[in-house]
Design a protein around this ligand. Structure first.
Ligand SMILES: Cc1cc2nc3c(=O)[nH]c(=O)nc-3n(C[C@H](O)[C@H](O)[C@H](O)COP(=O)(O)OP(=O)(O)OC[C@H]3O[C@@H](n4cnc5c(N)ncnc54)[C@H](O)[C@@H]3O)c2cc1C
Length: 416
């Protein structure tokens, strides 16, 4: 039986961040990962300024990574280019990095800070205290053999399936938004673009004769000559039903500008998809010795499907609360520190996610999407505001009128 101060289940961005910040504080932290790094993760590989800000905080060297300067949105024959804003709280550029490489860099960073990584370990369930029911470890299989790990606290960073939390009855809330997205890679002249290209008019069926899906298509550079290309949609109460993503993707390919040279024959790998758990759709974020971070806590933004920034942020805040708890001598005082993790996450993101839930319910209505694309896109100021809201690229304190408006709306919205 292995022992640690904290066991982190899953070595994606959320697990890497949690373990990095805990190791930096000198705690004994073990990451259990079912795969072996480098491993792939289906993702758009896009890093907004908010995510870049988190990477900078972690001390990740991003020299040579594919950099972008803003978003270019297309729809109804219009397009608008919105550079990332100049803000106090994050840089004015985004990045893109294949997850196979990004996640490897992040977990190596955590290991070099002192975290222990065990690969090929599949966590299968919790070890609970027989009297209190508190989580005191995990059961796992390592190279096919059953084993047990014990710790004072356990963190579920196991992504959308959150197998550990689910096994303890912490199911995802079916009334909260859930997205579905598909992606592949392709060589395209768009790889030379400095912008994240976003197709806001995504037809569910025949162009002009069907509904515009609540979602968007994306294409942006990840490395020399190669773009990540994909599309995603969401439902305000669980995953959207009845969407044929592969056919939507084909329609987009056929109708994209000829100079982008899109063609399904050029895809470098099959189109593959996964679910995006949104707006804190799995709670409580802390109870009975178990914390949830990243996708396990449903932390993808309902506005744009971004989850890496929040995975990194939640890991940072979870490690902060765990560090406080581990340094206290009474259980009551430790529990108080851990309860603060959930409160802190809600203070940071709860209002914003509540706005996102309203947004998800609105864009689900086909008429609303038609009006937005047709009448909204031609208005530069409106679009600048809208894209700042969608990408969570605003200053919570101070800033210009757009920042102050978004911050005020997020402040008055319920804390999700
Ligand atoms: C198609 C698509 C496109 C996306 N595009 C973007 C984007 O461009 N930008 C962005 O910010 N976000 C994007 N996202 C969302 C983003 O991928 C996730 O929010 C992010 O990966 C969450 O990180 P995480 O660490 O919480 O989970 P994950 O990255 O899923 O990591 C979980 C880890 O836990 C391990 N694990 C799982 N179960 C167990 C177990 N039982 N035992 C041991 N290990 C286990 C897994 O192997 C994995 O390594 C996209 C998602 C999809 C599906």
């Amino acid at each position: 039986m292995e022992e640690a101060d904290v066991i982190v289940v899953g070595g994606g961005p959320a697990g890497a961040s949690t373990s990095y910040y805990l190791a930096r504080q000198g705690y004994d932290v073990t990451v259990l990962e079912k795969a072996t790094f480098p491993r792939d993760k289906i993702c758009g590989d896009g890093l907004t300024p908010r995510a870049v800000g988190e990477l900078i905080r972690m001390g990740i060297d991003t020299t040579g990574w594919s950099r972008n300067l803003g978003i270019r949105g297309y729809g109804a024959g219009n397009f608008i280019e919105v550079p990332w804003p100049e803000l106090a709280s994050m840089p004015s550029y985004g990045l893109a990095k294949r997850r196979r490489e990004l996640d490897h860099i992040l977990i190596k960073h955590a290991v070099s800070a002192g975290a222990r990584l065990e690969e090929n370990v599949q966590v299968t369930g919790a070890v609970c205290h027989e009297r209190t029911g508190r989580v005191i470890g995990v059961k796992a299989t390592k190279d096919g053999e059953a084993c047990t790990y014990r710790a004072r606290y356990v963190v579920d960073a196991g992504g959308v399936s959150a197998r550990l939390a689910t096994s303890l009855g912490r199911a995802h809330d079916r009334k909260r938004p859930m997205g579905v997205a598909y992606r592949s890679y392709m060589k395209s002249p768009l790889a030379a673009s400095d912008f994240m290209e976003s197709q806001l008019e995504l037809w569910e069926g025949e162009v002009g004769k069907s509904n515009i899906a609540p979602g968007y298509g994306w294409a942006w550079a990840v490395e020399d000559g190669v773009i990540n290309i994909g599309l995603g949609s969401l439902g305000s109460k669980g995953a959207p039903k009845g969407m044929d993503y592969k056919s939507m993707f084909s329609t987009w390919m056929k109708n994209a500008p000829a100079e982008w040279e899109f063609s399904e024959e050029k895809l470098l790998e099959p189109l593959r998809g996964a679910a995006l758990p949104m707006a804190f759709n799995r709670q409580p974020l802390y109870a009975d010795g178990l914390l949830l971070v990243g996708d396990a806590g449903g932390m993808v933004s309902p506005f744009n499907g971004e989850g890496i920034a929040y995975a990194l942020q939640s890991g940072r805040l979870a490690a902060d609360a765990l560090g406080q708890a581990l340094s206290r001598t009474s259980i009551v005082a430790a529990e108080r520190a851990l309860a603060y993790y959930a409160k802190n996450m809600k203070d940071e993101l709860g209002g914003y996610y509540s706005l996102g839930r309203i947004f998800a319910a609105l864009i689900e209505r086909p008429q609303f999407m038609h009006i937005c694309v047709k009448y909204g896109l031609p208005h530069p100021t409106l679009m600048r505001f809208f894209l700042r809201l969608l990408s969570d690229a605003y200053d919570k304190e101070g800033g210009d009128w757009m920042d102050r408006t978004i911050a005020s709306l997020a402040k008055v919205a319920p804390k999700a």
